[in-house]
Design a protein around this ligand. Sequence first.
Ligand code: C5P
Length: 292
Amino acid sequence: MTALKRNSPCKVNLLLNILGRRPDGFHALETVFHPVNLCDRLTFTRRPAEIQLTCSDPSLPTDAANLVHRAATAFLSAAKISDGVRIHLEKQIPLAAGLGGGSGNAATTLLGLNELFGQPLPAAKLAELAAALGSDVNFFLQDQPALATGRGEIVEALSPFPALRGASFFLIHPGFGISTPWAYQNLDRFPAAQNGMPGRARKLINLLQAGDLAAASPEFYNSLEAPALDKYPILKIYQDFLRAQGAVATLMSGSGSTTFAIFPELAAAEAVVEKFKAKFGGNCWLAVVPVS
Ligand code: C5P
């Protein structure tokens, strides 16, 4: 049987502004997602029955606790397909990192299986399944920067930002993860961060579209930094260091723990890798990824 192979990229949030708690327990927000070309790899093969998932990372569950498995179950059920599928997940994106690795894997599974089985589901149905799997999954059904609202599942695709042309992301995973529910629950201690004013996302988008990265720099914002930097001040120390090394913006991504910086040029970002390692030791996971 021929296998279908697909890359599953990750994301950073250039802005994540929480607007308040909703009656359903989720938080209303506005966020600016940007794709990051650092990818896991998924391989799909048809089999007569059942979902069989394998993963390169033994710490990840391969049963229904894995979002890929849940996405496959939801897809086969919605498409009324009784055949099964074998899926192999090759992980590269760190876990509990705020980079949307698991959400991206789920979206890539929906898209990949729809292709493998001859496109039985329309885009609107895939979007409905994605929203039920998690708030960030819908973003990964497309490959552009995007404004997302609601709890994150209402996605408006945007054209590439001129301000980021030629720039690079410098990503640091500090070696520990932050759980998303923990970050949202602990917002209660920071009422100002929990109840942001809407409009910040459009302001950042307008500046990035106008092409002036320096003008956009002070507008990068993440409400979830309030609880995360309070508990893990090392993330702020990394950010201050990267600013001193010429980063134009630094921010935690999503609910963390990954902190990223934007450097206007690839060579400048690459030159900081060794300096960072020399200062902070080798425990962190680092990646420099050109904005593409
Ligand atoms: O939707 P997702 O599964 O990624 O959400 C994980 C958890 O993060 C939710 O159970 C909720 O506690 C929190 N969350 C939230 N508001 C959002 C997104 C996530 O409170 N908009």
